[in-house]
Design a protein. Structure first.
Length: 352
């Protein structure tokens, strides 16, 4: 197994550690009578917030939204933002754009929290509450373990807030903890199936010239993250779309060179039909779901995971593809094309 695959294998154990340490981590911030949460970050960090914002609303009973740092301006804040929790997420803790967005929020009176993947991160110096994500070591440039860990951290924060403000009962909280535990137990099954399927089909998958990742709105963060992982490792054009956005014009660009990967959680009844229609122009169509299906163009994780927590398995096959396919082209998927890119661009402030 390469470095990315090793991190994927470690993920459920690390997620369990996050759950174990969560009460102490969030004990202070949940007592601050939070009325609203805004999450910001770039790339994988933004995708984690985007993916979790709806379930965070459900569990906490308050407004939750995810936004890119460049979208954060003084005008987006309420006149009284003293009970708004503004969370800056950065996998390495060094993003200057996230730091700048946090500074704007701080000047507007928000409570500032950070979720970085390491302690004593650069962005922590602005924080009222440092909510470090217990990721463990992740040296690969293409982050996978950090994505799952940040999603769990966000979910747990929302659940503790929900219990504190009375929106979520203790029994529902306990049931969710048990469901998370079972999901983490199913994760290795899903990962092993993904590894097997990608290995069997890697020669064909590696021929991709351009890729579209398409999925339902409730998995949109996972869609964007999966597209990003394939793009940054395979280094070919890859884009991600919500299903309804895809059918509003994007389909026109599909031809015999196009590869389309569909996330199918059962909520979109038109997946079969669109595969039939697009099949007129390309035979490079793949459907990813949670059933026991498994052939060269259809893959299922074959796991029993609650709908709310399927986000903790759905990106796996895409991340495995991102770890396997580049090697067929002589590319190390764990290393960025230019390791000094952010230093050269001045876009990150490193702690060393």
């Amino acid at each position: 197994m390469n470095l990315i695959q090793n991190y994927l294998k470690e993920t459920p154990m690390q997620l369990g550690k996050i759950v174990e340490g969560s009460q102490r981590l969030f004990d202070s911030v949940v007592k601050k009578d939070i009325k609203k949460i805004i999450i910001t970050g770039s790339g994988t960090s933004y995708h984690s917030g985007l993916q979790m914002q709806q379930i965070m609303r459900v569990k906490s009973g308050i407004s939750v939204s995810a936004t890119y740092p460049f979208q954060v301006t003084p005008e987006i804040f309420d006149e009284d933002s003293s009970r708004t929790l503004f969370i800056g997420i950065s996998q390495g803790g060094s993003s200057l754009s996230t730091y700048d967005a946090m500074e704007i929020a701080k000047n507007k009176g928000c409570i500032i929290a950070t979720m970085a993947g390491e302690k004593d991160a650069y962005i922590d110096q602005l924080a009222d509450d440092v909510l470090t994500v217990n990721i463990g070591e992740e040296k690969a440039g293409a982050k996978t373990k950090g994505y799952y860990a940040t999603k769990v951290n966000l979910l747990l924060l929302a659940e503790y807030i929900g219990v504190e403000n009375g929106h979520l009962s203790q029994s529902d909280f306990d049931a969710d903890q048990e469901s998370l535990k079972k999901t983490f137990e199913e994760y290795p099954i899903a990962l092993n199936r993904a590894l097997k399927w990608v290995e069997q089909n890697k020669e064909d998958l590696a021929k991709a010239d351009n890729i579209r990742v398409v999925g339902p709105g409730q998995l949109y963060g996972d869609v964007l993250e999966s597209a990003l992982k394939l793009l940054e490792t395979c280094r070919i054009p890859v884009t991600g779309y919500d299903f309804d956005e895809f059918i509003h014009g994007i389909y026109n660009a599909i031809d015999e060179k196009s590869t389309v990967l569909f996330m199918d959680d059962g909520s979109e009844p038109r997946v079969g039909k669109i595969v039939e229609v697009l099949g007129q122009w390309t035979d490079r169509l793949y459907v990813i779901g949670v059933s026991d299906a498994e052939d060269s163009h259809k893959f299922g994780y074959d796991v029993q995971v609650p709908k709310d927590f399927q986000t903790f398995v759905f990106p796996l096959v895409f991340q495995v593809m991102a770890s396997v396919l580049p090697e067929l082209k002589g590319v190390d998927p764990s290393q960025p094309k230019d390791p000094n890119f952010h230093q050269e661009l001045g876009s990150k402030k490193y702690n060393y």
